[in-house]
Design a binder for this molecule. Sequence first.
Ligand code: PMP
Length: 306
Amino acid sequence: MNEIFLPFAFFRGKIIPAELAKVSIMTNALQYGTGVFGGIRGYQANNKKTFHLFRLSDHYQRFLSSLKILNAKIPYNREKLVGLTLELAARNNSKTDFYIRPLAYASNYELSPDLSLLTFDFAIYMIPLGEYLPIHKGLKIAVSSWMRINDNMIPSRAKITGGYINSALAKGDAARMGFDDALLLTSDGHIAEGSAANFFIVRDGVLITSPRNADVLEGITRRTILQLAQDLGIPTQERMIDRTECYIADEAFLSGTGAQLAWIAEIDGRIIGNGKIGEISARLQKLFFSIVRGNERKYTSWLTKV
Ligand code: PMP
């Protein structure tokens, strides 16, 4: 993975060199995971001259919802967040595809994790980013022995920094065992999602994904894929998925800002379909990449130019 930052970050109300955007070890968020974050991709347009931020405003809507769940506030509304992000992206002037990481974090040195005492700072940094998961070869996935956090433990629909210890355990163990990613089950044994991506299967021509109340993060890409499938006339269902259904599915894939649309060849050693990318996955993947590069007029409202 890439560890090079783009040169500028937004920090304490200003754009400054990214290497100077630093916090104290006493920061509450560092102790307790009291932060929320986002992840937005910037894609080079096919004309090579501009970049497109994908569903920027939708990402900030979820970001603000995550803060609301924590009953935390920052002094920016959605329009302002969009504006700050565009300003930073223009300043960084990336030459390659990139990723934007907005972060709101409890910045005071309060010893207690008491949310009623905390104040939140807002920061953004950017990194160059190509593939996060391979998209041309099929993924090898394992169902994790770690269960997905549930809404009454750490709200799963909020992108809370502390919640990612759940992803870290599942992903780390899967990687150590030679898998590309893990699938996490809900506490009642249904498929929730991947470590940092939503999960889809195809059975008998129907595209199926876990519902929003299956302890999933409500992915922007998930919503995008469901919409594209509907536009292509592919029937969709949002419903609970049994573990064994994914073994016998015709197709399976992960979706996310990082993952994009990454198809799955194998789950727990069972080959999915014929082990090659399925027809519906391939159609959706092709359309998705065409959209983000700016080739599909119908979907340009999802793109913000930098
Ligand atoms: N689930 C989790 C746990 C994630 O971290 C992500 C990545 N943000 C997703 C799903 C996919 O969400 P999105 O499509 O909005 O990136």
